[in-house]
Ligand binder design. Structure first.
Ligand SMILES: Cc1cc2nc3c(=O)[nH]c(=O)nc-3n(C[C@H](O)[C@H](O)[C@H](O)COP(=O)(O)OP(=O)(O)OC[C@H]3O[C@@H](n4cnc5c(N)ncnc54)[C@H](O)[C@@H]3O)c2cc1C
Ligand SMILES: *[C@@H]1O[C@H](CO)[C@@H](O)[C@H](O)[C@H]1NC(C)=O
Ligand SMILES: *[C@@H]1O[C@H](CO)[C@@H](O)[C@H](O)[C@H]1NC(C)=O
Ligand SMILES: *[C@@H]1O[C@H](CO)[C@@H](O)[C@H](O)[C@H]1NC(C)=O
Length: 402
């Protein structure tokens, strides 16, 4: 993309936004705001941009994700629900990020800057943020007309408005891993995978047994991504990380438990995966507001979610797009109206999608729900299974923009 023709014809100074967080929401927002005629600066605590090489984790950013939910019945599979007629897309987080990031002017990024705090003043540039340069430990001030919080599910900026809002533990953790099968394409395991999961690469496979589910899909560069969710009390976690340390003993036990319930091929994939790890799964009750004065939340900062509808990345990108459109429509002189309209469009959609993902997760894990009995894939009827479809996600396929 070329932004150089973008300079406005009037000599009016451009409004300026400070975006905290340079992940998917932050870089998407930088694009949207530049297109809306704003100057932007992105404050990111990581010391350098992530490399574009796809070694990182995989990500099912379904716009339109095909999925198939099945139970393993006597080690054979029975399909419970299947989304048809759309393409499943999966990508590496790092390639998606690189794609968005490399199309932006590099000078808008302040890498290695840890956001500390902000204040709103009556000055010409009302937003003042303080950040620490991690290299030198010096504190700097950056000002702007708008503060965009794209600082993820543990957002400090959100905490400023909702000090009591806590992430909510889902009731289960996920064992996760990625098997890199380059070089072993012809192995027995991969042949078995192709046989047992013939549509891998075009389809998300969701295997269900009572109280457990796995998600299995292929990501580019010959990698197989799997997650197995298990119900358990909330683990004790250190700091802000949701990833737990696992011992060899835990891994061995995981293999043994997997053998009791999962397809032998999937178990083999788990066994051949290097360094599987455990994530505790959290989300957050929908917030009442995501905008105040000159501050707006986007992405995971606005709506931490469980992964069961693969909406997180989709929501982040759409938040950014709608925010950009609202700012362009109302102009910087009507910032409040622009932010209110952004909130009125995005908050109801994101809230419904978060609650839907929560519900789907509880169904798949056989956990209690207030309005129905807990789900058992062996006895479930079609009405119950329908919720598992991707296309059952609220606003699927009709995401209102402006
Ligand atoms: C490195 C990385 C890898 C990921 N990999 C996957 C994946 O494989 N699959 C998947 O589904 N999702 C992945 N995600 C998460 C996914 O991108 C997000 O859940 C979703 O797209 C929403 O993104 P977000 O930008 O709102 O939040 P996040 O991706 O959480 O980004 C928040 C950003 O804010 C920065 N930040 C936070 N606090 C501060 C502060 N005080 N000062 C400065 N900067 C701050 C963080 O460093 C981070 O870059 C990954 C995220 C990251 C950061
Ligand atoms: C596998 O895919 C899930 C769902 O998109 C994603 O959250 C996770 O990061 C991926 N896991 C790894 C280890 O790449
Ligand atoms: C999940 O599967 C394990 C077997 O690996 C089983 O012991 C456990 O009871 C199952 N969980 C629930 C909630 O049924
Ligand atoms: C988000 O998902 C919707 C389907 O619900 C799709 O129409 C849209 O293209 C997706 N957008 C992005 C940016 O992934």
């Amino acid at each position: 993309m070329n932004y150089s023709n973008d300079l406005s014809h009037q000599n009016k100074p451009k409004p300026k936004a400070v975006i905290v967080g340079g992940s998917i929401a932050g870089v998407s927002c930088a694009h949207a705001l530049i297109l809306a005629g704003w100057d932007v600066v992105v404050i990111e605590k990581s010391c350098r941009p992530p490399k574009g090489n796809p070694t990182g984790a995989g990500l099912a950013f379904d716009p339109l994700s095909q999925s198939s939910s099945a139970i393993n019945d006597e080690k054979s599979r029975k399909i419970l629900a299947r989304d048809e007629n759309f393409n499943h897309r999966a990508a590496h987080w790092s390639s998606l990020h690189h794609h968005l990031f490399s199309a932006l002017p590099p000078e808008i990024f302040l890498w290695g800057h840890l956001f500390l705090s902000f204040s709103i003043s009556k000055d010409k540039r009302p937003v003042k943020i303080r950040a620490q340069v991690l290299d030198t430990e010096e504190t700097v001030e950056v000002d702007g007309d708008l503060l965009v919080a794209a600082d993820g599910c543990n957002s400090l900026i959100r905490k400023n408005y909702f000090p009591d809002v806590k992430l909510r533990y889902s009731g289960y953790c996920g064992w996760r891993g990625v098997l890199d099968y380059s070089g072993i394409e012809d192995s027995k395991t991969i042949k078995n995978v192709r046989e047992a999961y013939p549509e891998l690469g075009k389809c998300l496979y969701i295997d269900l047994t009572p109280g457990n589910h796995t998600v299995f899909f292929e990501i580019p560069n010959k990698r197989l991504n799997w997650t197995w969710c298990l119900n358990q009390p909330e683990p004790h976690l250190k700091g802000n990380s949701v990833t737990m340390k696992v011992s060899d003993e835990m891994i061995q036990k995981m293999y043994q438990d997997a053998e009791k319930i999962w397809h032998p091929t999937l178990v083999q994939v788990m066994r051949e995966t290097r360094e599987p790890f455990v994530n505790a799964i959290y989300d957050c009750d929908p917030l009442e507001r995501i905008v105040w004065d000159n501050v707006v939340l986007i992405g995971d900062a606005a709506h931490p979610t469980t992964p069961h509808s693969s909406r997180s990345t989709n929501m982040s990108i759409l938040d950014a797009a709608v925010l950009g459109q609202c700012l362009e429509k109302w102009g910087s002189e009507n910032l409040m109206a622009a932010l209110e309209e952004y909130q009125s469009i995005r908050l109801p959609i994101a809230s419904k999608q978060v609650l839907h993902a929560r519900r789907v997760g509880r169904i798949k894990q056989g956990l209690e729900l207030p309005d129905c009995k807990s789900f058992n894939p062996n006895t479930a009827n079609w009405e119950e299974c329908k919720t598992l479809l991707q296309r059952a996600v609220p606003f699927f396929g009709h995401n209102p923009l402006l």
